[in-house]
Design a binder for this molecule. Structure first.
Ligand SMILES: [Mg+2]
Length: 437
């Protein structure tokens, strides 16, 4: 184990809510909920006072209202939160050489080697005070030998706190904590382990590694390591250029606007799927076109953090209209999403109707099983295959039956799962939240 590393984890306290309180101090000390308004919204974030009623992110607004009728629901302002996020990153970038922007309101800083010059705790404490003073927003931090323990330390110090866990204090700090304090444990895993009687980190460390692997696979091993305070993952420097993108070169140059927009829609849908899969958000979108004479033009726009199809598609279309200024054939279009940070999906799916939120979840689930092409917007669907006479070639259920007989038990289960999804999709005419697991 690397006892020598010095990693700081910094995390804003109830970030969205704190930005709202900064604007309207009367909200201080009240149960405030961002998102979840109206009948169908989803809670994006809530104050500590609201959390005391059992309210949490991604909960339907209606449930939150039942739990706490006097709660104050705010629509929120993602643009303002994104601006605050960028400002905090700038303060940190100004003071430290190596840091990672882990999410819209979280940063890791690697101070290894600097401790001979600064006391790390003193340095982190001062940085925290600077952010509080310059931003007017509360923040907490943890300092330890790796990212996992630093993050747990932050969470234990919250709100408005700081906590150092040096190597000798590692076990006394981790042992008594509940296992759900381990970052990334997930609800299903937590349930499985607590049903086995594993509720504290100490108990988890006593399970043999091989057994953890047997029960939970690779994820089990990683949990075991985290419980034992082992985490070798590096602080990945924050690069503004972190991005994902895609482009298409046409077989024959085109200026068919409908087709071009459909292609862009398809590109954005593919990219946002990747984004949500990696639990990332983007804050910048770029559209590129290349004319038939090889002249290449791009248009870029800074946007509030998001991973939403609908928002990004309309942005991509309006950028495309701006960038495609000449009535000349195009040989290429491309879309790029950059300034990526990790973000919980509810932040990206912030402030949208519950149905839309569920729709994204369901679409992504289907795509994860059957590939990115499994669910697409109707406007980019290609024509179904036809035979020589022009008749649409239909799916033959008999063929599937024969297939099943030659399959292993596992493959058959997979097929049954698929048919369940299909029937569910056709029953409702649209995809719903209830699916196979
Ligand atoms: Mg936070």
């Amino acid at each position: 184990m690397d006892k020598e590393r010095q990693i700081i984890h910094m995390d804003q306290d109830a970030f969205f809510v704190s930005v709202e309180i900064r604007k309207n101090p009367k909200l201080l000390g009240k149960p405030v909920i961002i998102g979840g308004g109206g009948d169908r919204g989803v809670v994006a974030s809530c104050s500590y006072e609201a959390r005391q009623y059992g309210i949490h992110s991604a909960m339907p607004g209606r449930t939150a209202k039942l739990l706490c009728p006097q709660a104050i629901f705010l629509k929120g302002d993602m643009e303002e939160y994104s601006k605050a996020s960028h400002d905090i990153t700038e303060i940190i970038a100004d003071k430290v050489p190596l840091f990672e922007k882990a999410s819209i309101d979280e940063h890791y800083i690697d101070m290894t080697g600097m401790d001979r010059f600064f006391g790390c705790m003193k340095f982190a404490s001062e940085l925290r005070q600077t952010i509080i003073k310059e931003m007017g927003l509360p923040i907490s931090f943890g300092l330890s030998i790796n990212k996992t323990v630093a993050k747990i330390a932050t969470n234990e110090s919250k709100p408005d706190g700081e906590r150092q866990v040096a190597f000798p204090e590692l076990r006394p700090f981790l042992d008594p904590l509940a296992i759900h304090k381990i970052p990334g444990i997930g609800h299903a895993t937590y349930k499985k382990l607590s049903e086995m009687g594993v509720r504290e980190i100490l108990t988890l460390t006593q399970i043999p590694q091989q057994l953890m692997f047997k029960i939970l696979g690779q994820h089990g091993l990683s949990l075991w390591q985290k419980a034992n305070g082992i985490d070798l993952s590096p602080v990945v420097p924050y690069r503004e250029r972190k991005s994902i993108g895609t482009q298409a070169t046409f077989e024959s140059d085109t200026m068919d606007m409908a087709k071009l927009k459909a292609i862009i829609t398809g590109m954005v849908t593919g990219l946002t799927f990747q984004l949500r899969n990696q639990k990332k958000l983007t804050a910048c979108i770029t559209v590129t076109v290349r004319y038939t004479n090889f002249e290449t033009v791009t248009q870029q726009e800074r946007i509030p953090y998001t991973s939403l199809d609908s928002f990004l598609i309309s942005k991509a279309h309006s950028l495309f209209e701006k960038v495609y200024a000449k009535r000349m054939l195009l040989r290429l279009v491309g879309v790029k999403l950059s300034h990526l940070v990790s973000g919980y999906e509810q932040i990206g799916l912030y402030n949208i109707a519950e149905e839309e939120y569920s729709l994204y979840q369901a679409m992504d689930k289907v795509r994860n099983h059957y590939g990115a092409e499994a669910v697409v917007k109707a406007c980019i669907v290609t024509q179904p295959p036809r035979d020589e006479t022009g008749k649409i070639i239909k799916y033959n259920p008999r063929k599937k039956k024969i297939l099943i007989e030659n399959q292993t038990e596992e493959e058959q289960q997979e097929v049954r799962k698929r048919s369940k999804i299909r029937s569910f999709m056709s029953e409702k005419g649209t995809i719903g939240t209830k699916s196979y697991d």
